[in-house]
Design a protein around this ligand. Structure first.
Ligand SMILES: Nc1ncnc2c1ncn2[C@@H]1O[C@H](COP(=O)(O)OP(=O)(O)OP(=O)(O)O)[C@@H](O)[C@H]1O
Length: 223
């Protein structure tokens, strides 16, 4: 599903985001990417989203070469990916339902199809009865679940998350990680960038550790 082959990223100002990084992740895997601030976690996610291009090396996502992808192909690539941010970036003047529906409206799906998919996404994050509420009516943890529902509503093969539990207390953070595990169990590949080592260690998934742009560890967390 994901293949980094000696992928390096040097920014125009000379900063090195990644040094010749190599790893593979299979379809359906659940993996964490961890490392201190500046280690290269966001660079890795931005490369997968084709927001940045590798300076050298080869990066394949679902067989597509992201170093060669044309600008016109990028929207199609992103349809295969869902993204969850630390700050969920919900629209507070839209209902929960309409926040989640937004990506599907952009894709031009019919109203009944949108309703069906939004209901199913809400169910997957255990918020079935909250569609008509506004984000401000929800707790922080519930808002983050809405962010996850929005990220999965177009049924992406890959779900990326950048510090998705950064603002949450430990109990809520563990609960949100449980939501990611549920989604993964249904077949979606999940890659989460996080520096919450205590939480990651309890989950026993694969963990890639970055340090100053280099991969210094790849194994099951907590070992
Ligand atoms: N747009 C950019 N322009 C120049 N340098 C950048 C840019 N983005 C990241 N970098 C540099 O690349 C390196 C890796 O940064 P990156 O943001 O990927 O790390 P990170 O692990 O996500 O950190 P954080 O946890 O703070 O988000 C750092 O040295 C950073 O200064």
């Amino acid at each position: 599903m994901i293949r980094f082959e000696q992928v390096a990223k040097r920014y125009p100002n000379g900063h090195i985001g990644l040094h010749e990084l190599s790893f593979r992740a299979r379809r359906g895997e659940f993996l964490f990417v961890t490392g201190h601030s500046g280690a290269g976690k966001s660079t890795l996610l931005r490369l997968l989203l084709a927001m940045e291009r590798p300076t050298s090396g080869k990066l394949l996502l679902a067989g597509q070469d992201l170093g060669q992808i044309s600008t016109a192909q990028i929207p199609f690539l992103r349809r295969q990916i869902g993204v969850v941010f630390q700050n969920h970036q919900l629209l507070f003047d839209r209902t929960v339902f309409n926040n989640i529906a937004l990506p599907l409206q952009i894709l031009g799906l019919s109203k009944p199809e949108i309703a069906k998919r939004v209901d199913s996404a809400l169910e997957r994050v255990s918020l079935s009865d909250k569609g008509e509420l506004f984000p401000a009516d929800l707790s922080t943890g519930q808002q983050q679940r809405v962010g996850i529902a929005r990220a999965i509503v177009h049924q992406p093969a890959l779900l990326l998350a950048d510090e998705p539990t950064g603002n949450l207390d430990p109990r809520l953070a563990a609960e949100i990680m449980g939501v990611f595990e549920d989604i993964n169990r249904l077949g979606t590949t999940v890659l989460i960038a996080s520096h919450d080592l205590a939480l990651i260690a309890r989950m026993r998934h694969r963990m890639l550790t970055l340090q100053r742009g280099r991969l210094i560890g790849d194994g099951e967390a907590g070992q």
